[in-house]
Design a binder for this molecule. Structure first.
Ligand SMILES: C[S@@+](CC[C@H](N)C(=O)[O-])C[C@H]1O[C@@H](n2cnc3c(N)ncnc32)[C@H](O)[C@@H]1O
Length: 418
């Protein structure tokens, strides 16, 4: 196993474990997010069918202070099966993650200190699912890390389901970050991190109005905590990936993206409505459409994707009568109140821009029936029983239209019984 003790990235995360978390907060909230929410894993990697009571092993590679490990372990404990292995080089980050697990009484996490590039030598076994969020872009050799993780997946994930949830930085939304990192290295790169933090604040206050970081409305992490500031502007090593570069990195591990999150952000049709412009993109594949959307918005600062072996069949759940729509983390009934009555629409801010998505007429009655246990077929029956004049095909079509919008924003996912 290689010695990583003088790796500047490890030294940084020993001093500033990321993200900043207080284990006492576990008493009041569970941090949830993407990737690695159990409902997303089921939807994007198991076509909606995953029973964790039959065994499920997840590796959180570069687990930091524990957000993904704690979320998934809690969700697995609630679902009655499965286990999590947390792996990170930073003992300081691990101590916080362990304290969070302890605060929740979670006993389904194994904590390991080490490098993900050594995952085979660490003898941790194979995994159904691997989370690697915000880590690969910090490695000296990201393709080597990608390959190591791909080889730690169960050999049969292409056929039985499973894969990875990966997040890497993206360049356009981080415009201005790298010149700022370079200036800070020139000014104070050889000084202790605490001095460098003071230099950031001093330089920040004097950035000319023309500076790209100052003009970049998408970057605000440095305003939250010192850990976030160090991660963004004083990082010992980081790079970013365009969509095609990200796909290329995945391919070094024999993997491909199955879905980008949120799907609508990666769909050119979210931003353009001119059929002449959209027509040439109609036959483009997932990566090419996502690459176009990235170039078009100029706002993406990270990419999140669920990824599978290149030869896996499509693992993403599809809407049909047997699919059960669910809205993890939001209350469909509460959403109804925000959508407007006769011509409902959903208005949200996507990468700093307000967008309105028109919704079908039956949105409110559909959402009232979509309680996370009823399949589409049952929802159609209930809608038609309540309104004798309603044609089942009309109900089904409008469920499809509503699903397209809500799933596009990652607000609605599917499961199906096994
Ligand atoms: C930006 S933090 C992300 C933490 C966590 N994944 C999250 O999203 O909240 C990066 C983490 O990766 C860890 N890390 C960096 N290189 C690593 C490696 N080669 N093996 C394992 N962990 C590593 C760092 O110690 C740090 O905790």
């Amino acid at each position: 196993m290689a010695d990583h003790s003088d790796d500047p990235v490890q030294l940084q995360y020993e001093q500033f474990p990321y993200p900043h978390r207080d284990p006492a907060d576990e008493a009041t909230r569970l941090v949830t997010g993407s990737p690695s929410h159990l409902a997303e894993i089921r939807h994007y990697l198991y076509a909606g069918q995953l029973d964790v009571t039959r065994g499920f092993r997840a590796l959180i590679a570069g687990g930091g202070t524990g957000d993904a490990a704690i979320m998934l372990a809690q969700q697995l404990a609630d679902a009655g099966g499965g286990e999590v292995v947390y792996l990170d080089m930073s003992t300081a980050a691990r101590a916080i993650a362990e304290a969070r697990a302890q605060a929740r009484g979670l006993t389904n996490i194994t904590f390991v200190t080490g490098s993900l590039t050594d995952v085979a030598a660490l003898d941790l076994g194979r995994f159904d699912y691997i989370d690697c969020c915000g880590v690969l872009h910090h490695l000296e050799d990201p393709p080597a890390g990608m390959r190591a993780l791909a080889q730690a997946l169960r050999a049969d994930v292409a056929t039985v389901g499973g894969g990875m949830g990966v997040m890497v930085y993206a360049p356009y939304g981080r415009t201005g970050v790298y010149p700022m990192q370079q200036m800070l290295a020139q000014l104070a790169g050889d000084r202790p991190l605490t001095d460098q933090i003071a230099t950031v604040r001093r330089l920040w206050d004097q950035l000319p109005a023309s500076n790209w970081l100052r003009r970049n409305p998408f970057v605000g992490d440095h305003k939250r905590s010192d850990a976030e500031l160090v991660d963004l502007l004083l990082h010992a090593r980081d790079r970013s990936y365009t969509v095609p570069e990200f796909a290329e990195l995945l391919s070094t591990g024999g993997l491909r993206p199955a879905a980008f999150l949120e799907p609508a952000r990666y769909d050119p049709a979210t931003y353009l409505n001119d059929p002449k412009l959209l027509q040439p993109l109609g036959t483009a594949g997932l990566v090419d459409r996502a690459a176009f959307a990235e170039r078009l918005t100029g706002a993406m600062k990270k990419h999140i994707a669920y990824v599978v072996p290149a030869d896996a069949s499509d693992p993403v759940a599809q809407l049909d009568d047997g699919a059960v729509p669910m809205m993890p983390g939001s209350d469909p009934a509460a959403l109804v109140g925000q959508l407007g009555g006769a011509s409902p629409k959903l208005t949200i801010t996507l990468d700093g821009q307000k967008r309105s998505f028109p919704l079908p007429r039956l949105t409110a009655p559909i959402l009232r029936q979509a309680d996370g246990t009823r399949a589409v077929g049952e929802i159609v029956d209930r809608l038609c029983n309540a309104d004798r004049g309603l044609n089942p095909e009309t109900a089904r079509r409008q469920i499809g239209e509503l699903y397209a919008v809500l799933n596009g924003l990652n607000l609605m996912l599917l499961s199906r019984s096994i």
